[in-house]
Every structure is written in structure tokens, then in C-alpha cells.
Design a protein around this ligand. Structure first.
Ligand SMILES: NC(=O)c1ccc[n+]([C@@H]2O[C@H](COP(=O)([O-])OP(=O)(O)OC[C@H]3O[C@@H](n4cnc5c(N)ncnc54)[C@H](O)[C@@H]3O)[C@@H](O)[C@H]2O)c1
Length: 245
């Protein structure tokens, strides 16, 4: 198993990609903390993992709240031990809202959930990782962090920010044995995009397919594991070739 006994916090793991990552990480031997605002969904994912021979707990976390983030790291540490892996996955989509159609409140909402939470959660686990000289952080960005047109103004800005923050964190903390990378999914079939999926033409994707959560989970396992030891500050697209065009 590739993540045997590693303690992993996965945000937004009650649904979609985070759920897929949680299930996959548990199968690889990780002890998983399902951190989500949707506590019922988080409990159900944890129960499913525990019923299938894995180890998981659910923790109610609003990633916009510093106190929730610190509390989650404390519960993870008390329950399973020091945090080895952080997957910053929680995110919200602005459904392509243009800049002129985005209020300041909406802008701050997307910024807080999609970007500020990555900064806050990373800061909550980095001191322990530095002390132990090991750790892995995987930030779920998007192809909207690489190009325009895959989200609205706020979503595009926040996902570019996630990639920039990933690079910065790597430049500061890779020297302590901490791997920090981001994943840039194209369209993945999850509840987040169910309302807009029908309007996204598949012929814009070279593979002519949308992605599945399991495919992103496989990449997250690789980036979180020792196999990716020499990867630092990357933004890895998993998009059926969308961004090669
Ligand atoms: N689905 C796609 O096509 C796609 C493509 C590129 C990137 N992404 C990114 O992948 C990540 C996961 O997306 P998904 O498609 O699995 O979405 P999803 O809607 O299925 O899951 C998102 C999860 O985040 C949780 N969440 C939302 N706000 C929260 C908050 N304030 N605090 C804690 N949890 C919160 C939700 O409860 C939910 O469980 C997001 O960062 C998204 O931007 C998705």
C-alpha cells in the first residue's frame, strides 16, 4: 500500500472528487479525515470507508473559519497522529459569472473558500511538517488556473491564485522535505458541475470525454506518496488534453 498509516486531511471530501480521494486514500492505507461543511455527507463517507476495512473520521469544517481549520488539525492529530498529507480540495464554482456580474461579496466568498482556505490550512499543518522534515500538500486547482474561459472572473482568479500559492509554498518549504503540488482538473463529472455539464461541448476536449473522480484520485495518491518525492510546486493538468490546444 502506497500511503500506509499516513494521516491525511481531505477538505470537501463529503462529495465529488474529495470523496473519491478519501475512498482511494483509505484503500492505500491512509487514515483519513473527511473535513467538510456538509457533516452528514462527511459522516456517510467515513462510515463507508470504515465499513470497508479502512480508517476515517468526519469533522465539520467551514474552510472559511480559522477556528474550524485549527480544530480539524487538532482532532486529526489527537485521533490518528501528526498530519502527513493535506489535500486542499474544497471549492465552489461561480458558473462563469463575468466580472461585471460579480458583487464584492460574491468575489470575497469565492476567494475565501477557494484560495484563502488553502493558505490557512497549509499554515496550520506546515509547522508540524517542518518539525518532522516530511509531509505532502496537494492543492486542487483547475484548468481555470491555467487559462481563461473555464470559469468566471472569481473562479479563474482564485484557481490561478492556488497555483501561484503552491509555487510559493514549494519555494519556501520544499527544503524541509515537504512536497507541495497542485492538480488542474478539466471537466470532471461531479455534483459541482452537474448544472453546466450539458452546455460544455465534449469536442473541445481531445479525448472527447469528461473525467471521472477516480482518475483524479489516482493522481492525488501519486502526488501525496513518496513516488512523487522530486515533484515540487507543479501544476499538473488532468484534462483530457484540453490545455494542450
Ligand atoms: N468538477 C470539476 O469539473 C472540477 C474541475 C476543476 C476543478 N475542480 C475543483 O475540484 C474541487 C472539488 O470539486 P468537486 O467537483 O468535487 O465539487 P463538489 O461540489 O462535488 O464537492 C465540493 C465539496 O466542498 C464542500 N464545501 C463547499 N464549501 C465548503 C466550505 N466552506 N467548507 C468546507 N467544505 C466546503 C462541499 O460541501 C462539497 O462536499 C473544487 O476545488 C473544484 O473547484 C472541479
Amino acid at each position: 500500500m502506497r500511503l500506509q498509516d499516513k494521516v491525511a486531511i481531505i477538505t470537501g471530501a463529503a462529495s465529488g472528487m474529495g470523496q473519491g480521494e478519501a475512498v482511494r486514500f483509505a484503500k492505500e492505507g491512509a487514515k483519513v479525515v473527511i473535513a467538510d461543511l456538509n457533516i452528514d455527507g462527511a459522516k456517510s463517507v467515513a462510515e463507508d470507508i470504515n465499513n470497508n476495512g479502512g480508517q476515517a473520521i468526519a469533522v465539520k469544517v467551514n474552510v472559511m473559519e480559522t477556528e474550524d481549520i485549527l480544530n480539524c488539525v487538532q482532532i486529526a492529530t489527537e485521533t490518528f497522529g501528526p498530519v502527513d498529507i493535506l489535500i486542499n480540495n474544497a471549492g465552489v464554482f461561480d458558473k462563469y459569472a463575468t466580472s461585471l456580474d460579480t458583487t464584492l461579496d460574491q468575489w470575497n466568498f469565492y476567494l475565501n473558500i477557494n484560495l484563502t482556505s488553502v493558505f490557512q490550512f497549509a499554515n496550520a499543518v506546515l509547522p508540524g511538517m517542518i518539525e518532522r522534515g516530511t509531509g505532502s500538500i496537494v492543492n486542487i486547482a483547475s484548468v481555470a488556473g491555467l487559462v481563461a474561459g473555464k470559469g468566471g472572473a472569481a473562479y479563474t482568479a482564485t484557481k490561478h491564485g492556488v497555483i501561484g500559492l503552491t509555487k510559493h509554498l514549494s519555494s519556501e518549504y520544499a527544503r524541509y522535505g515537504i512536497k507541495i503540488n497542485s492538480i488542474c482538473p478539466g471537466t470532471i463529472e461531479t455534483p459541482l458541475v452537474k448544472d453546466v455539464l450539458a452546455n460544455i461541448p465534449k469536442d473541445l476536449v481531445p479525448t472527447r470525454t469528461f473525467g471521472q473522480v477516480e482518475q483524479v484520485a489516482d493522481l492525488a495518491v501519486f502526488l501525496a506518496s513518496d513516488e512523487a518525492k522530486f515533484m515540487s510546486g507543479t501544476a499538473v493538468p488532468i484534462d483530457g488534453g484540453f490545455t494542450i490546444q
